[in-house]
Every structure is written in structure tokens, then in C-alpha cells.
Design a protein around this ligand. Structure first.
Ligand SMILES: Nc1ncnc2c1ncn2[C@@H]1O[C@H](COP(=O)(O)OP(=O)(O)OP(=O)(O)O)[C@@H](O)[C@H]1O
Ligand SMILES: [Mg+2]
Length: 257
């Protein structure tokens, strides 16, 4: 099966954070933004990351995707220790496995909505970029805006283009930073449906930073961050077949190395 995952790592969790710590220098002192955060996410799970503004959610997501480097600790994506790769290696792994939606969208200003969504497929050398991108843009309600540039689009419209761009490669792991933050309720729930459809139909693992209670409730697990620490990890009770042996709580909580 060519889904980008090494066969000998197929049983690894989708995501593993081990003692992830991020410090930044601020003049003479240093600021601890993330403090020894550890957790595992099984493939196919949907995880909401919750926490107050400034608690470290975006920092955590950036580290999990290898967009930023930790001061200490480790991240494994489908068994791959991503900080043992160089930057090109991490970029290749992201292209292969990860869809990422930035809090600030980060669309390329010189490309139209359609071109922004086609880009990841074109970078992967795919000839069907347009055929894949068009229906997704329609799904996020932007069929009539495909030729428009980001500056001609509203914040919520740009967010929807960014979502379509993250989905278009059918990633194994979708990380999104407040994916419904700028959307009205109806559009937001359309986007939520789309994400859970990917989760259900393609087994996409979702890691979603959100303040949206509706979205957090739809997730199978909720991680709460406060002042850079993981303070709670709550999973829905797993659905079990009748008579299945009870192998613990089912919550794959913090698992030390
Ligand atoms: N490069 C940096 N230099 C200094 N401080 C930083 C840096 N990056 C992040 N911070 C600080 O780290 C803290 C966590 O930031 P982060 O963006 O992860 O928060 P957040 O939980 O995503 O917040 P929000 O909900 O507002 O998006 C904040 O206090 C922020 O100012
Ligand atoms: Mg943030």
C-alpha cells in the first residue's frame, strides 16, 4: 500500500511527542513556552488541542509538524523521528504525510485560490492537480472564486482555501490551527463535516487546535494546555465489541519512553 508510510513502521502511533520543550531567548533570560509535553496519538484518532491564548498551542502544533525545532524532546510521525532528519527530509516527510493549516493561513499571494490548492500536488509531481483541487474548492464553497488572489478574499474565504490546500493531498495526518476560527457557524460546520469525513473515510488522523466547543466535542480526544504544560488528556470511551477483553481505559495517555 503506497500511502507514504514505511511498511516496517505501520504499527507505530500516528504521532508521538516525548518531553517536548521549547524555550526562546528573550534578551538576557529565556522564556519557557512548552514544558516537557508527552503524548501519543493513535492513527485515525481526532484530537482537539485546547487552551487559553498564549498557552503554547501553536508552538506545539509547529513542533509536531517539524516546522519549528524543539529545545528538548522528540517527535515521531508514523514512527519517524523527525528531528533526526534535516530540513529537506522534514519537508519531504510533510509532503508525504501531513496537511497543515496555519492560524494565519499563509497562502501564497501571487497565486490564485485554485493555484494555491494545486500547489502541493504540483510539487509532488502530480498531473491531476487541477482535477483534485476543483472539487475541494467547491466543497468549501469557493467554486466561484477560484481565480481570485488571496488579497481579494475575506479572512474566512482565505481560511477555506488554506483548508482545501491542506486536504488536497489526502494527508495521513491533518494538523489545523483554529480551522474554524474565522468562519460563520454554517460554513464552520461544513468544514468540520469535511474534516471528519476524511477522518472516517481515509483514516486521516486529526490534530486540531480550537476554541470551538462544537469541534472539540466532535473529536475523540481533548488535550488541554496551560502555560506550556499538558494539563489534561480526556478521551471518549472507546466503542468496544461485546465481550471484548478490557485492556485498560483505552485512553492512550502520556507514555514515557
Ligand atoms: N519566537 C518567540 N519568541 C518569543 N515568544 C514567543 C515566540 N513564539 C511564541 N512565543 C510566546 O509563547 C507563548 C505561546 O505562544 P503560542 O503562539 O504557541 O500560543 P497559542 O496557545 O497558540 O495562543 P493563541 O490562542 O493566541 O493562538 C506566547 O506567550 C507567545 O508570545
Ligand atoms: Mg495560536
Amino acid at each position: 500500500m503506497d500511502d507514504g508510510i514505511d511498511d516496517n513502521k505501520r504499527h507505530a502511533p500516528a504521532l508521538r511527542a516525548l518531553h517536548l520543550t521549547k524555550r526562546v531567548a528573550t534578551g538576557e533570560s529565556s522564556l519557557l513556552i512548552l514544558s516537557s509535553v508527552s503524548f501519543e496519538v493513535e492513527a485515525g484518532a481526532s484530537v482537539a488541542v485546547l487552551g487559553a491564548s498564549g498557552s503554547g498551542k501553536t508552538t506545539l502544533l509547529g513542533l509536531l509538524a517539524g516546522l519549528d525545532t524543539p529545545s528538548e524532546g522528540r517527535v515521531e510521525v508514523h514512527g519517524e523521528d523527525i528531528f533526526r532528519l534535516d530540513e529537506d527530509g522534514r519537508a519531504a516527510l510533510r509532503q508525504r504525510l501531513i496537511g497543515f493549516v496555519f492560524q494565519s493561513f499563509q497562502l501564497l499571494p501571487a497565486l490564485t485560490a485554485l493555484e494555491n490548492v494545486m500547489l502541493p500536488l504540483e510539487l509532488a509531481g502530480r498531473a491531476d492537480a487541477r482535477e483534485q483541487a476543483l472539487p475541494l474548492l467547491a466543497r468549501v464553497g469557493l467554486a466561484a472564486r477560484i481565480g481570485h488572489y488571496p488579497k481579494q478574499l475575506s479572512g474566512g474565504e482565505q481560511q477555506r482555501v488554506a483548508l482545501a490546500r491542506a486536504f488536497v493531498t489526502r494527508p495521513k495526518l491533518l494538523m489545523a490551527d483554529e480551522p474554524t476560527g474565522n468562519l460563520d457557524a454554517a460554513t464552520g460546520s461544513g468544514v468540520i463535516e469535511l474534516m471528519f469525513e476524511l477522518n472516517r473515510e481515509q483514516g486521516t488522523t486529526l490534530v486540531l487546535v480550537t476554541h470551538d466547543e462544537q469541534l472539540a466535542r466532535r473529536c475523540s480526544r481533548r488535550l488541554r494546555i496551560a502555560a506550556g504544560e499538558l494539563v489534561s488528556d480526556e478521551s471518549d470511551a472507546p466503542v468496544r465489541a461485546a465481550g471484548a477483553a478490557d485492556a485498560g481505559s483505552g485512553a492512550s495517555a502520556v507514555s514515557p519512553a
